[in-house]
Design a protein around this ligand. Structure first.
Ligand SMILES: Nc1ncnc2c1ncn2[C@@H]1O[C@H](COP(=O)(O)OP(=O)(O)O)[C@@H](O)[C@H]1O
Ligand SMILES: [Mg+2]
Length: 383
C-alpha cells in the first residue's frame, strides 16, 4: 500500500510530505517500508504569521481558527497533489498530523476536572475530499484518552528503523522542539524511552526573527559569529522543565513567546549575535544535559546518535552538539544513512501510523507517551 504522510511541526515553517510504500508480511507482524518521494513546501508568510499568532494568542478569534482549520486542509491537499505529480506516485491513504495549535500533555484543573488536552488543525474531511482518498488525522487524542501525554508518536517509526540486536541507538530529532528516542540494543518496543528535551530551533528562530528580522539562522552563520553567554545557559538549565523526569512533552506553551522574551532579557546588553549563539548553545547543552540525566546513566550502552529534522542543517548547532557528545562516547550519524531522508522522517512516521490505524492496529508506544495501554490512533475521513 502506498501511504502519504503530511507533517507540519511546531516551527510552523511549512508542510513536509513523504510518499511511503508500506508492506506487511502476513505471517508475522513486521512492517517494511520505503520512501518513494518527499517534498517540503513553505507556508506563505501570511499563513505562517497567522499560524504563529493562533499558537501564541490567548485571545484568538474563533472565526479565524475555524477558517485556519479549513485553509490548512486546502494547503495540505495542494502540497500532496503536487508531490504525487512530481514523483508520479498515487497514494491510497493519507496520514495527516495537522498543525498543533495547543498541546498540554500534563493534566491540569479546568472547570472542576483535571484534563490533558491537545488540538491539531487541518480538517480531515476537507483534505480527503480534495485528494480523493481516505485520510487519518487527529492522532494524539486517542493516546491522551488512554492517559498518555499524546506525544511523542514518532518513536513508532524510530523503533522500526533503528532497532538493532547489538547496537544501542538514539534518534534525535531537532525540529521546533528537540526530542529523542533511545532504543537499547535488542530491546522490545516497550523498553523504548522517548521524550521532549526542550527547544530545538524554536528559540533560535524566535531570536533571529526578533533581532535580525529573518525567520531562521541559515546554516547557523549568525551563531557562528557570536559568543555564547555560559551563565545564562547554566541558569536556564536549572528550570523545572529540564529537570522533570520523562515522559514529558514541550511546545510553544513552554518555549514560545514568553520564554524568548525572558531569554533575551537574561542575555542583557550584548552583541545581538551573542544572543543567537547563546540560543543555539542552549539547544546543544540541553540535549547533552538530558542525555546525562535521563538516558546514559541507565544500564544501556548507546553508540549511534542519529540526527534528523531541520536543525541538522544548522552547522553551528551541529558543531556545538558534536563538542558536547564527544565525551559521552556517541557517534553522530544522519538518518539519511539509514534510508530515511532527514527532513521526511516525521512525515513518514505519520504515514506508518495511518497504515496501522487503517488496519485497526495500535501505534502509540506506551513507554514513550506514558499511556496505560496501546491505542489505535486517529480518526478516519472517507473521500
Ligand atoms: N539551512 C538551515 N540552517 C539553519 N536552520 C535550518 C535550516 N533549514 C532548516 N532549519 C531549521 O529547521 C526548522 C524547521 O525544522 P523542522 O524539522 O521542519 O521542524 P518542525 O517539525 O518543528 O516544523 C526551521 O524553522 C529552521 O529553524
Ligand atoms: Mg517543519
Amino acid at each position: 500500500m502506498i501511504v502519504a504522510g503530511i507533517m507540519s511541526g511546531t516551527s510552523a515553517d511549512g508542510i513536509n510530505i513523504a510518499l511511503v510504500r508500506v508492506t506487511h508480511a502476513r505471517t508475522h507482524r513486521k512492517l517494511n517500508f520505503e520512501v518513494l518521494g518527499r517534498a517540503e513546501y513553505s507556508y506563505p508568510p501570511a499563513v505562517r504569521r497567522s499560524v504563529l499568532s493562533a499558537m501564541n494568542s490567548t485571545k484568538a478569534s474563533v472565526a479565524d481558527l475555524a477558517r485556519l482549520n479549513f485553509l490548512l486542509a486546502e494547503l495540505y491537499a495542494d502540497a500532496l497533489l503536487a508531490t504525487q505529480r512530481r514523483f508520479r506516485v498515487k497514494a491510497e491513504l493519507v496520514g495527516c498530523h495537522g498543525q498543533t495549535l495547543y498541546h498540554q500533555g500534563e493534566r491540569a484543573p479546568f472547570l472542576g476536572r483535571k484534563l490533558a488536552v491537545t488540538w491539531q488543525t487541518g480538517d480531515g474531511s476537507v483534505l480527503a475530499a480534495r485528494v480523493r482518498i481516505p485520510v487519518v488525522s487527529d492522532f494524539r487524542p486517542a493516546d491522551m484518552a488512554a492517559r498518555g501525554k499524546g506525544a511523542p508518536l514518532v518513536p513508532f517509526l524510530d523503533f522500526l528503523l533503528y532497532r538493532d540486536p547489538l547496537v544501542g541507538r538514539i534518534a534525535q530529532n531537532i525540529g521546533g522542539i528537540a526530542n529523542l528516542t533511545a532504543i537499547p540494543a535488542g530491546a522490545a518496543a516497550n523498553r523504548v524511552l522517548a521524550f521532549d528535551i526542550g527547544p530545538g530551533n524554536m528559540v533560535i528562530d524566535a531570536v533571529t526573527q526578533r533581532l535580525f528580522n529573518r525567520p531562521f539562522d541559515r546554516d547557523g552563520r549568525i551563531a557562528a559569529s557570536g559568543a555564547v553567554i555560559e551563565g545564562v545557559i547554566r541558569d536556564l538549565l536549572r528550570a523545572s522543565f529540564f529537570r522533570r523526569k520523562p515522559p514529558k512533552t514541550a511546545g510553544r506553551e513552554e518555549f514560545g513567546h514568553d520564554f524568548t522574551q525572558e531569554f533575551i532579557q537574561r542575555c542583557g546588553r550584548v552583541d545581538k549575535r551573542d544572543i543567537v549563539a547563546t540560543a543555539t548553545a542552549l539547544t546543544a547543552k540541553a540535549i547533552a544535559d538530558a542525555l546525562r540525566r535521563f538516558v546514559l546513566h541507565r544500564n544501556h550502552r548507546y553508540l549511534d546518535y542519529i540526527v534528523s529534522g531541520g536543525g541538522a542543517n544548522n552547522a553551528a548547532l551541529m558543531a556545538m552538539l558534536a563538542n558536547e557528545l564527544r565525551p559521552l562516547g556517541l557517534q553522530i550519524r544522519s538518518s539519511d544513512e539509514f534510508g530515511m531522508p532527514s527532513e521526511a522522517k516525521e512525515a513518514a512516521a505519520f504515514a506508518l501510523l495511518a497504515y496501522q490505524t487503517w488496519h485497526r492496529l495500535p501505534s502509540n508506544i506506551p513507554s514513550a507517551t506514558g499511556a496505560k495501554k496501546p491505542a489505535i490512533l486517529g480518526k478516519i475521513s472517507y473521500a
